[in-house]
Design a protein around this ligand. Structure first.
Ligand code: SF4
Ligand code: SF4
Ligand code: FES
Length: 251
């Protein structure tokens, strides 16, 4: 006889509506992840109570932990649905529990609006300015230790795990969050990006900037890509202090 898996999912019909829970049972198959569970529920959206309902909404794209779109709270821990394997989740608890991330507006069910993170990337100019699409020749040489650190920082996929666990990211604060600070450090460490470093530091010195970080270090523990967030926060904090002193002298 086939084994059944039980999932309790927090649903929400629209941005402003109240959340409610629904429980589903689906057939266990080898190598299932949370996305395949949601696909099976979508194929037959009927709760354990026999109530016909709507398919659960969720976001996903790459299905290989690269885009960050499928991030949700699974068994109480924020992570990616595409790499959350059912057999491992069932070792944690008997019923798999799915909720949307808590620090982002819910669009519907498990689908959240992560645009505050993309706005933060714009605020810190998380890009390298170029004035042509043509070939610019070889890039400048970078010390291997700098290249290694930049590689680690570049692994950020804007998933939101670090934001969701940060106590300073909440309804009453406009803290930019650890992810944008990490990306400011990444681009300030690039030889060409360093030319706009002052603008990134200025953006992080205003309200909601780096001084709002309470140094709880939840972010670095939650990051699935092991982005060195607390290192970036420390470095960027020192850089903003030096920038503030320099600005004071050249006034
Ligand atoms: S160190 Fe703490 S307060 Fe600062 S960004 Fe990380 S989780 Fe938030
Ligand atoms: S720093 Fe890590 S946890 Fe934060 S958005 Fe990037 S990948 Fe996700
Ligand atoms: S679908 Fe891209 S990280 Fe899961």
């Amino acid at each position: 006889m086939s084994k059944l898996i039980r999932l309790t999912i927090q649903r929400q019909d629209a941005r402003e509506s109240h959340p409610y829970a629904q429980t589903f049972e689906i057939e266990h198959k080898p190598q299932m992840n949370v996305i395949s569970c949601l696909q099976d529920i979508a194929a037959r959206p009927v709760t354990v109570a026999g109530e016909q309902t709507t398919p659960v909404a969720w976001d996903c794209n790459c299905l290989e932990e690269v885009c960050g779109a499928c991030t949700m709270v699974i068994n109480g821990r924020v992570r990616q649905a595409c790499t959350a394997l059912v057999d491992n989740l069932l070792k944690e608890q008997a019923t798999i529990d799915l909720k949307p991330m808590s620090k982002f507006p819910v669009v519907r069910d498990l689908f959240v609006d992560r645009s505050r993170m993309f706005a933060a990337l714009k605020k810190v100019r998380a890009w390298i300015d170029v004035d042509t699409y043509g070939y610019l020749g070889e890039g400048p040489k970078v010390e291997p230790s700098v290249a290694d650190r930049r590689y680690e920082l570049s692994c950020c996929m804007t998933c939101g795990c670090c934001m969701d666990v940060c106590p300073q990211v909440n309804d009453g604060s406009d803290f930019i969050g650890p992810q944008a600070i990490g990306q400011a450090a990444l681009f300030n460490m690039h030889p060409t990006g360093a030319m706009s470093a002052d603008q990134r530091l200025e953006a992080l010195m205003g309200p909601g900037g780096i001084t709002d970080c309470g140094n709880a270090q939840n972010c670095v523990k939650a990051c699935p890509k092991e982005v060195p967030l607390t290192w970036a926060i420390g470095k960027t904090g020192r850089d903003t202090t030096v920038h503030a002193i320099r600005r004071w002298f050249v006034k």
